[in-house]
Design a binder for this molecule. Structure first.
Ligand SMILES: C=C(O[C@@H]1C=C(C(=O)O)C=C[C@H]1O)C(=O)O
Length: 356
């Protein structure tokens, strides 16, 4: 056995030496890129370039490693190379262990500084003020729909969207002991409670449900009080020393949340992009109907349409529309010009690479 392993391990050692040498070469080129950028004051993080590299990695992957796994490796290689130019600071809805934090690492890799914030408002504020270079905020969940606070804050923010991240959201029920004995309260973010309501109604109909600021906060509470169970990611459970009572309790097994990356960076086209806009129409007959006509006319596909009350006491709405393409694409630019003409309010939130 050992005799057979020895030559294989020697081959792995020699391959590792080559990988390390190539990583070092890549790092030195990234440093040169950094010097060129510094001369022209160009931004360090180029999401469109990183998206293209990750797409290419999946296309060229000869196997046997899975596309997802090689992408994760390359994301972190780029993160480490980027950190040689500058370590970016990213704000998100904390504490550590939230799905927002997972989204942060999915977009930026792990060679970054993180700034956990107490609320979505705080993520916007930190990013607007420049305390963080970027912020990651939840936009919508596949079972529960829009995250209204994010949509409302998008309206007035000075930041723009430079990326999107979509991650699977799996909830687990966890306690200090790993059992439900003596548990009186299930704590979680209101979204998580909603995403697990059918399961909770079936298995723990009589346990009080308590909405708290985040699932990670619920995990902290459960770690300090054996009468409290938390719904959170297993990652958060591990972090706060909880035992799993039941994994995957979300009602929809394909439950996902989409996040927006906000900042001050105008992202160039990557070849596969989305553009987010907000508009309002004048209060007259046929206005909403006419609103979207320019998209169809120019062959631009809409991927999402969401409305929010304008909160000025009348029945007026803001429409949040996502389309395929980049503001620098000719068809998109023409369609948006026409949309703007029909709109009482119009704001481009940003163009960015489609999530992987
Ligand atoms: C090296 C660069 O800087 C950053 C790092 C990248 C990388 O490691 O491949 C790619 C894009 C940038 O976010 C670059 O712009 O090419």
């Amino acid at each position: 056995m050992t005799d057979k392993l020895k030559p294989l391990r020697e081959r792995i050692d020699s391959i590792d030496a080559q990988i390390l040498d190539l990583l070092s070469q890549r790092g030195r080129v990234a440093q040169e890129v950094g010097h060129v950028k510094a001369e022209t004051n160009a931004p360090v993080f180029r999401p469109e370039r990183e998206a293209q590299i990750l797409r290419r990695v999946a296309e060229r992957n000869p196997g046997p490693l899975k596309d997802r796994d090689v992408q994760t490796i390359f994301r972190d290689i780029m993160s480490a190379c980027r950190a040689l130019e500058k370590r970016v600071t990213v704000a998100y809805l904390g504490p550590s262990g939230t799905f927002s934090e997972q989204a942060v690492f999915q977009q930026f890799g792990t060679a970054i500084e993180t700034l956990p914030c107490v609320s979505i408002d705080e993520v916007f504020r930190a990013t607007e003020a420049g305390t963080a270079d970027f912020g990651v905020v939840p936009v919508e969940n596949s079972s529960e729909g829009a995250i209204n606070r994010t949509l409302d804050l998008m309206l007035g923010t000075t930041t723009i969207i430079s990326g999107e991240v979509s991650i699977p959201v799996h909830h687990s029920l966890m306690t200090k002991t790993g059992s439900m004995d003596g548990v009186k309260v299930v704590a979680a973010h209101s979204q998580a409670l909603a995403q697990c309501q059918v399961w909770l109604n079936l298995h723990h109909p009589n346990v009080e449900r308590r909405a708290v600021a985040s699932n990670a906060e619920a995990a902290v509470m459960a770690s300090q009080d054996p009468t409290i169970a938390a719904i959170a990611s297993e990652m958060a459970g591990e972090q706060y020393g909880l035992g799993v009572v039941q994994a995957h309790i979300q009602d929809d097994p394909h439950n996902r949340t989409r996040f927006a990356v906000i900042g001050h960076l105008h992202t160039n086209p990557s070849g596969k992009d989305h553009t987010s806009i907000v508009l309002a129409v004048p209060n007259k007959a046929g206005a909403v109907y006419n609103l979207l006509a320019p998209l169809a006319k120019h062959g631009v596909s809409m991927t999402r349409f969401e409305s929010r009350p304008a909160r000025i006491g009348t029945w007026e709405y803001y429409f949040y529309v996502d389309i395929q393409g980049h503001v620098m694409d000719e068809a998109v630019a023409r369609a948006l010009d026409e949309l703007k003409d029909n709109a009482a309010f119009f704001k481009v939130l940003g163009s960015y690479p489609q999530s992987l």
